[in-house]
Ligand binder design. Structure first.
Ligand code: DC
Length: 211
C-alpha cells in the first residue's frame, strides 16, 4: 500500500488487514524512529555516515525496535520536529537499503501481510501479488487530517502535506510513484467504506478469502 501523506493508507490498511486476517506494518515508522533517535543523540539527520551507523547499531540491538513495533509512543514519532527531520533521513540511499532489508526480514515471518509506505510496490516488494496506490487531492487530505487529529490550522496542515508531497515525489532515491501494476484509487470523492469495499473486491479477485 503506497501513496502520499494523509491519503488514508493507515486507516484502510488496518481495516483491510482485519477483514482478511493479515498482519500489518507501517514502514514509515522505521524512518521516523531513525529521525527521532538522531534528534535525541544530536546526530544530523542528513549526515549519511552517522545515520547509517545509528541504523546499524539499532538493528544489532533488535529489529523490532527499529521497525517501531515497541518502545515508541506514536505521538513522539509524529511530532513536527520528527516530521521535518524524517524527510532528510528518507533521502539517504544506503539507509533506505538497510530499512528495506529490515522490512523484508519482517515479512519473512509475516508472509500474509499488508505493508504501508511510499516505495513498497516499487522497491521493497516488487513481486507483491496485490499493490494499491491510494491518493486524493492535497486539499482533501489536509481537511481530513485536520478533522481527524483536531490539531493545527487547515492552512498549516495543507502546507505540510504539499511540502511532504514534494519531498517524497522529487527525491532521487525511491521517489513516491505507483508501481506499473499498482491499482490506483483516488479517494477524493469516496468514503472509507467505499475504499475498503473496492479494495476488498480486488483482494477477492486475487483469490483472498475474508477472515
Ligand atoms: O508514512 P509516514 O508519514 O509516517 O512516513 C514518514 C516518512 O518516511 C515520510 O517522510 C516518507 C518516508 N517514507 C519513505 O520514504 N518510504 C517509506 N516506505 C515509508 C515512509
Amino acid at each position: 500500500m503506497d501513496g502520499p501523506a494523509a491519503a488514508g493508507k493507515t486507516t484502510t490498511s488496518l481495516r483491510l488487514a482485519e477483514r482478511f486476517g493479515f498482519s500489518y506494518l507501517e514502514s514509515g515508522r522505521a524512518y521516523r524512529v531513525l529521525a527521532y533517535e538522531a534528534l535525541r543523540s544530536d546526530i544530523e539527520p542528513d549526515d549519511p555516515s552517522a545515520m547509517i551507523e545509528l541504523c546499524a547499531r539499532m538493528v544489532r540491538n533488535n529489529l523490532s525496535v527499529l521497525l517501531g513495533l515497541d518502545r515508541y509512543d506514536t505521538g513522539e514519532l509524529r511530532s513536527a520536529e520528527v516530521g521535518r527531520a524524517v524527510s532528510l533521513v528518507a533521502r539517504i540511499s544506503e539507509l533506505r537499503l538497510r530499512v528495506t532489508n529490515c522490512l523484508r526480514a519482517w515479512a519473512k515471518g509475516n508472509s500474509r501481510s499488508i505493508v504501508e509506505g511510499r516505495d513498497i510496490g516499487t522497491v521493497v516488494f516488487p513481486a507483491a501479488p496485490l499493490k494499491f496506490y491510494l491518493t486524493a487531492k492535497p486539499e482533501t487530505r489536509a481537511a481530513r487530517r485536520v478533522a481527524q487529529e483536531n490539531s493545527g490550522s487547515y492552512k498549516q496542515v495543507l502546507d505540510d502535506v504539499l511540502r511532504r508531497d514534494h519531498a517524497d515525489m522529487t527525491r532521487s532515491v525511491s521517489p513516491l510513484k505507483p508501481a506499473p501494476d499498482a491499482i490506483i484509487i483516488d479517494t477524493t470523492d469516496l468514503t472509507v467504506d467505499q475504499v475498503i469495499d473496492r479494495m476488498s473486491a480486488h483482494c477477492r479477485e486475487a483469490g483472498l478469502v475474508e477472515a
